[in-house]
Design a protein. Sequence first.
Length: 463
Amino acid sequence: MPTKKNKELLSVAESIAHFGTYEFDLSNQTLICSSGIYAIFEWSLDEPIPSLPSIKEQIHPEDRNHIESALLSTIELGRDLNIELRLLINQKNLHHINLVASIKKDSNGNHIAIIGVIQDITDVKLKEEELVSTQNRLHKILDSSPDIICTLDEDGFFKTVSSACFSILGYLPEEMIDKHYNHFVHKEDFFASQQAFLRFMKGFTITNFENRYITKTGEIIPIIWSAHWDNEEKRMYCVARDATEIKKQEELLVKNEKRYRALVNNASDAILILNKDGHPFYSSPSIYKVTGYTEEEVITLQLLDLIHKEDLKTLLHQYLLAEQKMGETVSADPIRFKNANEDWIVIELTITNLLNDPFIEGMVINFRDVTSREKALSELKLMESVVTNTSDAIIITEAEPFEHPGPKIVFVNEAFCNMTGYAKEEVIGKTPRILQGPKTDKEAVKNMSQAIKKWQKHETTLL
């Protein structure tokens, strides 16, 4: 029989991690739920559990047949179920949930009930969608650029190359990646290219270095380079432009998206509760999914030995800070943690001081594996740095309205300010029409406007 304290521990864990447990009796069609389920579905604890048809109405119409079929399969075949669904709370608020179900059997092996866990993963899904959307926008921006946007390591080998390399040099990105830049440079420019590369690595930012590259067909073309060396990432971020074309055209305005966020979250958080001496006495079942350690193993581990030594001092400081704030939650910096496979993962955690709570008497640590998020953040940083350090003027506007007064400017880079003489605060919130003058080609503006309305890529000369 669960003790009152255990029930309180479970209730706190459910509240922090946004999950609940349930059991559905197959014989009498009755449902038993924990308080976490009530919170997810926004049911009143003072009222009976809604009927099954009412619950079904809370499931998104597009997901109803899918979950019904999946549950029938679980009942018939006894297979475990793990599925994501959408809920419509009060017929309008969309929530995402993760439903886990298993079959409970009697002593004769008969299926008597479905038991499982439901977790509200709305925040996780929204952040995942936002991150994916940001990554897609950045990839589209980079791949739509007429210039080659690339990175090189400290030895001079290409590590990433945008798709423009095919139109300029005739090579696919994969044909250039992991090859030294000298593989493509005209032999007479080897020495000058090497000297420029060394200057880049010393921190010099060069925006007009020119050398000659050999295309896949053997043609020799002049390339103008701008580059920036990031000593922390050990990467050189470069933009290479075909100098033949740049001499024939005015500089292109390239759309760019600078804003980004980084959170890649697991579908479930892990809960760990420590006593006043810092020893764990409770862990949630999801601890295994996050760390690879079982609940029993975690209780016996020396957790400080599993934290990266470079992160330990900061974490201990934040833990001591949480100890001084009774009933409050402290968000700690991400730390590196050695999992059961002895791999370093990055975890994000919060510390809630419930030592004075008579039912908890502990420090509640809620954490999740954000290793993928940190990796994604690093990749986004690479792309952002490339865009930020390009010598081309970049302006980003709202997508709409098309008609007067037109979309507003939301971002310009430093190159734009240097080229036009405008300060950022002078153009943010204005429309691109402020850049037009008496010499602006009205027909070119009209053609560009029509292309934008059709969501088409467009190149033009306005003067």
